[in-house]
Every structure is written in C-alpha cells, then in structure tokens.
Design a protein around this ligand. Structure first.
Ligand SMILES: Cc1cc2nc3c(=O)[nH]c(=O)nc-3n(C[C@H](O)[C@H](O)[C@H](O)COP(=O)(O)OP(=O)(O)OC[C@H]3O[C@@H](n4cnc5c(N)ncnc54)[C@H](O)[C@@H]3O)c2cc1C
Length: 416
C-alpha cells in the first residue's frame, strides 16, 4: 500500500519503526522546515519516558511494549546516559500519601533530558531516511484531508491508499477541519486540565526527588474536583510555551545544567457537561485573560501566601523564579481563575503540606496559566483508510503511549 503519515512525532516514530521492514511505501509529511527545526513536543521539551498502566493515555498498552520502546529511545542517545526513577515503588511512601487522602500513581520513568533530545530525534530520522520505502517531505503542512472511496486525497492533490494522522496537539487545526466535515468521528470532548506551575526550593522535596524523581499523586479536593501533580522537574526550569494566540507555562529539566528549585504542575481536571462542548475554548479564554493581565506574551507569578489571600504579589522573599525575567509579571492569578479552581489548588497544597512539610510555605511560587488540553477522542473505525494515532486521536498523552499507539496501528495494518 501507499501510506501517508502526517506529522513526524512520537506516534509516527512508533508507526514507522514497526512498519519499516514491510513492502508498504511510506510518505511522511511534516510541517517543520527540516529535521533540525522539527519538534516532537515532548521529545524536544523534556523527554521523560514513563512505563505505567495508570497514566499516559486511555488505551491499554502492554508493559513489555512500553519498556521495549523506552529502550529504543535510550539506544538512540549518544552515550546511553539517563536518570531513572520509580514512583511509589516503596510501600512506606505509598502509605504516607494514601493516609492523607492522596491516590499515589505507580510508574517507572527514564529521563533522557532536554539536552540529549536533538540527537535522539536526529538519529531516528537518519535510520528511517536510509530505507528505500520511506520518503520524508519537510515543509509540507497538510491542510486538507479528503477520503474518497478507496483513496484519501491530501491538500487536493496527492492520493494515498491509506492516511495516518499523527499531528499531535499542535495539529489541532487540521483535526478541527476533518471533524468539521465528519462530526461523527468525535466520541468525547468535555475535559480540560487547568492549574498552575508550582516552584519551590529543592531541599523541601529533596527526599521525594531522590527517592522517585517524579512523584505523581491524585487528590479529590473538597470542591469535588480531582487535582493531580504533573511533570515534576527536580533542579529544573520554568519556561513559557507559545500557542497561536496565548502563552502558558511549563517546566523542564536538563541532564547537565541544574537550578536550585523544583517545579511541578498542579492541575485541576474540569469535566463539564452538556450543553458545554468546547474545552479548548474554555481553557484558551482563561489563558488569554491571564495573559491580558500580565501583558503581552507574559504569565503571572504569585507567592503562595498572596494567592491564598488574593493579593497581588509585589515582593518575593526566599524563593526566586527560574523563569526568565521578561516572561512574567508579579500579579494576582485570582483575577483570571474561577474560584472553584483556585480553591481546589489551595486545598491540594494544604493537604500535600501534611505529607511534605514546607510545600505550603508562604513564599513558594505559583505561575499561571498552566493548561493541559485534551484532544477530542476520535473513532478509529469510522474509515478503513483514514486513521488517527497519538495525541491528536485523544487516546494518548505521553511519548511512550503515543509511540505505542503508532506501533499498534502499524501492527494492525500489517495484518490486513
Ligand atoms: C512542552 C511539552 C513537554 C512534554 N514533556 C513530556 C515528557 O517529558 N514525557 C512525556 O511522556 N510526554 C511529554 N509531553 C507529551 C508528549 O510530547 C506527547 O504526548 C507526544 O509527543 C505526542 O506524540 P504525537 O506523535 O501524538 O505528537 P507530536 O510528538 O507533537 O508530533 C506531531 C508532529 O506533527 C507535526 N504537525 C502538526 N500539524 C501538522 C500538519 N498539519 N501537517 C504536517 N505536520 C504537522 C508537528 O510539527 C509534529 O512534528 C510533553 C508535551 C509538551 C507540549
């Protein structure tokens, strides 16, 4: 078959790796200029690879396959160096959190680090591009997909026997275009995770960082909302993330360069019901309002004490931001965030402080907006020759799950 894959991210990598030694002719269309400017969002940003059946997406991925894919990425690093951890492997920690109402999440993870990722992506590309049946097309954004009988037409010109869409979350415009034409593809779209990025001195969470590197917990707050930690970065850095028309915060850490602070996201899962059907709109409006208060392309920074009492922060005390100075303004997040979200976050931090004293210190820092968008969950059996893999399908949210989704889709196609 002549197969087109749109996007060269984690899901595409899994797909191509599984299908590369078959007779299928594979064409990859990537909107980035070349491999150097190509961005597998997570792989470029931090590269924490998780092995878990409790997080990463809404599909079942065999643990052996997850581990195999982790090894695949590690093999592509220059010197095979990485940091490793296991969250809640020790019963003692599990019990400590459980006792205070938290749901600890089990996972193993392998941190490659932002600095090594360029090389990983490049060597994967080199490996694929030397194969006769694999054809890369850079600077080739796909704007339109038209399934017609046994073929699928891309951008009104190229036709393929099968098209696999792997555009991640950054490809939401293309997915929106497709579901505009075929709304029956959507199975679910009601969720958005809205919260803040929290930053505090390493020594407060030193023991947890040492023990498990990334601690992941969920907590049912007094507001009824589920709150969770996400993306912990020991000795890391806070960064901004640019979307088309707003800016959010994120965090990352490097293998070599270290700061003195740890940052992690505290996210509230907002699951709204009918007639609501636009979680991306909900999250974007709050992000834009936060940016409006902070000034163009900036985020709001506030101390925990001021956040609790809804006062604008004017001075910092012992904790200083790792985010570059021209990217934030000291302010009051409460002016942009719904009360129920702010209360959920405070309830979470106060309770976490019971397990990890110092987490609720007055001078710890909050950055907003931190938002995790979920793509619409799409049907993959509606068309025989048009499939969606990775984050754009709504089924995955991590590098390993997206890669595995691609791998499993290729396996199905090989069997056809
Ligand atoms: C800042 C950040 C940090 C993250 N850190 C981690 C982490 O440490 N660990 C982890 O497990 N997960 C992490 N994630 C999540 C992880 O990156 C994703 O779950 C994963 O990359 C999804 O893979 P994907 O193939 O679906 O999409 P992506 O990896 O995003 O790849 C999509 C590709 O499609 C291309 N594309 C988009 N639209 C088009 C179009 N119209 N035409 C052609 N090409 C197009 C894009 O340029 C991109 O190359 C992070 C995400 C972000 C945003």
């Amino acid at each position: 078959m002549r197969i087109a894959i749109i996007g060269f991210g984690a899901a595409a990598i899994g797909f191509i790796e599984r299908i590369k030694n078959t007779k299928h002719e594979i064409h990859i269309f990537e909107k980035s200029k070349d491999i150097y400017s190509s961005s597998i969002s997570g792989i470029r940003a931090d590269g924490k690879l998780f092995v878990s059946n409790e997080m990463g997406g809404n599909i079942d991925v065999d643990m052996d396959l997850q581990k195999q894919l982790v090894n695949y990425y590690i093999d592509k690093t220059e010197d095979k160096k990485y940091e490793k951890g296991s969250s809640f492997a020790k019963k003692e920690y599990y019990n400590k959190f459980y006792e205070k109402g938290f749901q600890p999440i089990h996972s193993d993870f392998y941190h490659i680090g932002t600095d090594q990722l360029k090389k990983v992506l490049y060597s994967i590309y080199e490996d694929f591009k030397n194969l006769k049946n694999i054809h890369f097309h850079f600077e080739a954004p796909i704007l339109d997909i038209e399934p017609i009988a046994n073929t699928v037409i891309l951008n009104n010109k190229d036709s393929f026997d099968m098209v696999v869409v792997a555009v991640g979350r950054s490809g939401h415009k293309l997915v929106k275009n497709v579901i505009g034409k075929f709304p029956e593809l959507i199975t679910d779209n009601t969720q958005v995770d809205l919260g803040i990025r929290y930053e505090l001195p390493d020594h407060i969470v030193e023991e947890l960082n040492r023990e498990m590197y990334e601690f992941k917990v969920k907590y049912k707050s007094k507001t009824g909302y589920m709150v969770r930690t996400f993306c912990n970065n020991p000795s890391g850095f806070v960064v901004t993330e640019n979307y088309d028309d707003f800016v959010t915060v994120n965090g990352h850490s490097k293998l070599k360069e270290k700061s003195k602070n740890t940052n992690f996201a505290i996210l509230t899962t907002v699951q709204l019901t009918q007639p609501f059907n636009d979680p991306i709109g909900f999250g974007s409006h709050i992000a834009k309002l936060t940016n409006l208060l902070a000034g163009e392309n900036k985020v709001i920074l506030q101390t925990y004490n001021n956040f609790k009492s809804s006062k604008r922060t004017k001075h910092l005390y012992r904790v200083f931001p790792t985010l570059e100075k021209d990217k934030y303004i000291l302010g009051d997040i409460n002016l942009a965030y719904p009360r129920r979200i702010a209360e959920s976050i405070i309830d979470f931090i106060e309770n976490l402080n019971e397990v990890v004293p110092g987490v609720a210190n007055d001078d710890n820092l909050l950055y907003a907006p931190e938002i995790k968008f979920y793509s619409n969950r799409l049907h993959n059996d509606h068309f025989d020759n048009l499939k969606f893999i990775g984050d754009c399908s709504g089924a995955t949210r991590s590098i390993i799950y997206a890669t595995a989704h691609g791998w499993m889709m290729a396996e199905k196609i090989i069997k056809i």
